[in-house]
Design a protein around this ligand. Structure first.
Ligand code: SAH
Length: 269
């Protein structure tokens, strides 16, 4: 990997450009992600293709998305020796990956991304909404955020996003990454988080399930009776009773399983 290529590059803050320069960590990410020759990797946010360089060594193919076209020359040079990489210069959030992956033949599809933290959630949401058949997502996030994804009921960080993510994925931290591993050096430390797709939960009507979850958390201090005013509260009360609860409970005390039960029973009759 060639780090000389960026010596005249002007980093753009608005695109969250902090390149991961530590070769040990780059290799480690690829190893721990278990990328292999059956895997198509969608990499989002290519930068100077440091990570791409190592992923493409182990993967069958890499399909990359990069918003900043001015990186093209650097990326092309970095990946001179690689024949299994395609880069699309566009905003991933506006892209159409389901079409883009059609021409590839693969057994497993992974997403790997070291991106500005604030687009992590929109990206995961897009992958689910676009029904991209992704088995694993490996993303860099701010260290403090890393633990929040696994927040338990009744904790401060437990919210509708926690439920949404844990419904689809088993989430764990792969490693911490010091701020010193990046150029330019950011103000915070990072962590690599793995989201592994699971089929543990299945609500009969997922749209209804997520609507109930989202609305239940609408106003933090309010209970279900107040947050679910637009619903048939009698039905919900009936389900809560079976759980030994009533409409005065707050959303943060309910588990995924309990929300699934409430939404399934809401559907009946
Ligand atoms: N993955 C590289 C680069 C990290 S910097 C590395 O680890 O070194 C983040 C990169 O994401 C930048 O190159 C930035 O231009 C790109 N980026 C930011 N927002 C993007 C978006 N919406 N779609 C695609 N790429 C984006």
């Amino acid at each position: 990997m060639n780090q000389e290529l960026i010596k005249d590059f002007n980093f753009k803050k608005k695109f969250g450009q902090n390149f991961l320069k530590d070769e040990n960590i780059l290799r480690n990410i690829v190893t721990k992600s278990e990328v292999d020759k059956d895997t198509l990797v969608i990499e989002i946010g290519i930068g100077a293709a440091y990570l791409t360089y190592y992923i493409s060594e182990k993967a069958k193919n890499v399909l990359g998305y990069e918003i900043d076209e001015s990186l093209k020359e650097i990326i092309d040079k970095q990946l001179e020796t690689r024949e299994n990489v395609e880069i699309i210069y566009t905003d991933f959030l506006k892209s159409n990956p389901i079409d883009d992956i059609k021409k590839y033949d693969f057994k497993k599809l992974y997403v790997v991304a070291n991106l500005p933290y604030y687009i992590t959630t929109p990206i995961i949401t897009k992958l689910i909404e676009d029904k991209i058949p992704v088995e694993k997502i490996v993303v860099m996030v701010q260290k403090e955020v890393g633990d929040r994804f696994n927040a338990k009921p009744n904790s401060k960080e437990y919210n509708s996003l926690t439920i949404f993510l844990n419904y689809y994925f088993e989430i764990r931290k792969l490693m911490d990454v010091s701020r010193n591993s990046f150029v330019p050096k950011p103000n915070v430390d990072s962590a690599i988080i793995e989201f592994k797709r699971i089929n543990k939960y299945k609500a009969n009507n997922e749209e209804l399930f997520f609507n109930i979850v989202r609305d239940s958390f609408k106003f933090k201090r309010k209970n279900l009776k107040n947050n679910l005013k637009g619903y048939n509260l009698e039905k919900i009360e009936k389900s809560l009773k079976k759980l030994g609860k009533d409409l005065t409970v707050r959303a943060e005390s309910l588990t995924i399983e309990e929300f699934i039960m409430i939404s399934n029973e809401y559907e009946e009759e």
